[in-house]
Design a protein around this ligand. Structure first.
Ligand code: NAD
Length: 332
């Protein structure tokens, strides 16, 4: 029996995490899901969108499956997602992007992994107004975090039989911060002579990813570029509905889709749960339940390939729940 924290989240979060939970439970793996609410809905009750007991639950169980959590734009509370990553030292955000047969996309052979540094850069939230008409934000890059993330990317490449690591940066302009990131990545690369290493300026990277995404394997980068390129790469393989992810940490690991809470879709049984279910597949592999992971993955592949029982983002009309049921039926 595994104890795993489940955070349904906001917007479409409860629907997609419920679908993922149903599918995972249908594999027969025994999981005691510890449901913990965070986000907009709990502010009234606890005075914070991230109550301490949620963090304690993840620390205790070491593993969580999480739905997206809304962050108000411009004003309001700070991101729960960023706070969680900082609090639990979830330093590596790992987001695989792979084309699935049958999923509408302009590309056929995308198979890359984004490794995003998750704890620093402009996401430390150190910013302030200077008078009424200027604002300042501080970008933090340290050698320690840059070394940890680039080595994580190389180790992942080794483990997964990948051939190349590309470090993404803007060191031509931000010579100190991104310069430090790049210098650290170049030094780490020397310890992995069997893996090809290259670096690329983030703007050029965007163009190359749109033109020839099949040329890339493992991409490692600071927080902000990782956030943006994650959505770009999700777009290469059919959209956010099919893009899973994990946040690897020293104290715990949190699995969550790349997408946000999509409030306009919430409560309508329209959201594609694939990204969250695939995040669950990553979680099952992480805990060593490879047979259960493969049975879910194969069922998803088959459904997507047929293209009939898919959600509206992929051109179908199947509901979130019905999609999950179709996976469960196939697994049987
Ligand atoms: P979003 O990812 O919620 O939506 C972007 C687009 O993708 C929308 O058109 C949406 O309908 C579509 N989409 C997203 N997930 C989908 C799914 N599962 N199935 C079908 N279509 C899907 O991004 P946004 O609108 O920029 O953000 C909404 C909220 O989510 C914001 O408050 C943002 O801060 C938050 N957010 C949270 C996380 C997280 O919790 N990790 C990540 C990103 C955004």
């Amino acid at each position: 029996m595994y104890n795993i924290t489940l955070i349904p989240g906001d917007g479409i979060g409860p629907e997609v995490t419920n679908a993922a939970r149903k599918v995972i439970d249908a594999t027969g793996i025994k999981i005691n899901w510890e449901i913990q609410n965070a986000g907009e809905q709990v502010i009234k009750k606890y005075g914070t969108p991230l109550p301490n007991h949620v963090i304690e639950s993840i620390k205790k169980n070491k593993i969580a499956l999480k739905g997206p959590i809304t962050t108000p734009i411009g004003t309001g509370f700070r991101s729960v997602n960023v706070a969680l990553r900082k609090e639990l030292n979830l330093y590596a955000n790992v987001r695989p992007c792979k084309t699935f047969k049958g999923v509408p996309s302009r590309y056929e052979n995308v198979d890359l992994i984004i490794v995003r540094e998750n704890t620093e850069d402009l996401y430390t939230g150190i910013e302030h107004m200077i008078g009424e008409d200027a604002a300042e934000s501080i970008k933090i890059i340290t050698r320690k975090a840059s070394d940890r993330i680039t080595r994580y990317a190389f180790e992942l490449a080794k483990k997964e039989g990948r051939k190349k690591v590309t470090a993404v940066h803007k060191a031509n302009i931000m010579k100190c911060t991104d310069g430090l990131f790049l210098d650290t990545a170049r030094k780490a690369a020397k310890d992995y002579p069997e893996i090809q290493f290259e670096d690329m300026i983030v703007d050029a990277m965007c163009m190359k990813l749109v033109m020839t995404p099949e040329n890339y394997d493992v991409l490692v980068m600071p927080n902000l570029y990782g956030d943006i390129l994650s959505d770009l790469c999700a777009g290469l393989v059919g959209g956010l509905g099919v893009a899973p992810g994990s946040n690897i940490g020293t104290d715990a690991t949190v699995f969550e889709p790349v997408h946000g809470s999509a409030p306009e879709m919430a409560g309508k049984n329209l959201a594609n749960p694939t990204a969250t279910i695939l995040s669950g597949v990553m979680m099952l592999k992480y805990i060593g339940e490879f047979t259960a992971a493969a049975s879910i993955e194969n069922a998803i592949k088959e459904i997507l390939k047929k293209g009939k029982m898919v959600t509206c983002d992929l051109g179908g009309s199947t509901g979130t729940e019905q999609f999950a049921d179709a996976i469960i039926n196939l697994m049987k």
